[in-house]
Design a binder for this molecule. Structure first.
Ligand code: PRP
Length: 209
């Protein structure tokens, strides 16, 4: 049985559809209930829905053999897993954003609010900018509005959240997409099954854009 951690939500549903089309269906998963674990013994797959940012924890520790996680999570937490495939979905960008009238005085320490402290630190280390990181857990956009920070480093997908809060992108610096990841020992011991998934899911990846 291959244990597969899917990120709960819209992205997870797209991912499941790719598995379904690849012949790893588990129809019960679409019966919209509150269950978190679904199994199709015949196909040798067991799916479970987990919080998107937790997928790599389940996979690193072997509770799941494979899973799907955003590149943002992989870069931020550097889990000890194999990254097998770029699924080319869940696409967005990591960006610096701030108020429209923000003027960056390079002589001052820049106050940066973010959930992604490692990604932000690495980015500013490369630019040589002196920063003060303020770690938040969500609704990052509010920080510059209240004067808690000068800018934010966050994910931008449609840009609607920024727009509705009178903020704008200053720099997009990292493209993000969903990646198929595997536990390192599962990859060794369930290689045949995992390689079969990689091959079939790979055929579903749309690389047109
Ligand atoms: C993410 C991100 C932005 C928003 C961007 O938040 O942190 O707030 O999505 O999407 P958009 O460009 O399409 O508006 P999420 O929904 O993960 O919630 P959070 O506030 O808990 O981080």
């Amino acid at each position: 049985m291959l244990n597969i951690a899917l990120p709960k939500g819209r992205l997870g549903e797209k991912v499941y559809n790719m598995f379904e089309k690849s012949g790893f269906e588990c129809p019960a998963i679409k019966e919209n209930n509150r269950k978190l674990v679904f199994e199709n013994a015949e196909k040798g797959v067991r799916y479970f829905w987990v919080k998107p940012s937790d997928v790599s924890i389940y996979v690193q520790r072997g509770a799941a053999d494979i899973g799907v996680a955003g590149k943002d999570i992989l870069l931020e937490y550097e889990p000890d897993v194999y990254e097998l495939l770029d699924l080319n979905i869940g696409k967005c960008n990591m960006a610096v954003a701030g108020p429209k009238d923000f003027y960056d005085d390079e002589n001052k320490t820049l106050r940066v609010a973010t959930k992604f402290t490692n990604i932000a630190s690495n980015y500013y280390a490369k630019t040589g900018r002196d920063i003060d990181i303020i770690k938040l857990n969500g609704s990052i956009e509010i920080a510059p509005i209240l004067g808690l920070s000068d800018v934010i480093v966050d994910i931008v997908e449609t840009g609607a959240t920024l727009k509705e809060n009178n903020l704008e992108v200053k720099t997009k610096f990292l493209p993000i997409s969903a990646r198929l990841i595997a536990n390192k020992s599962s990859f060794k011991f369930k290689m045949e099954q995992i390689e079969d998934v990689v091959k079939k899911i790979g055929e579903q990846v749309n690389n047109d854009d």
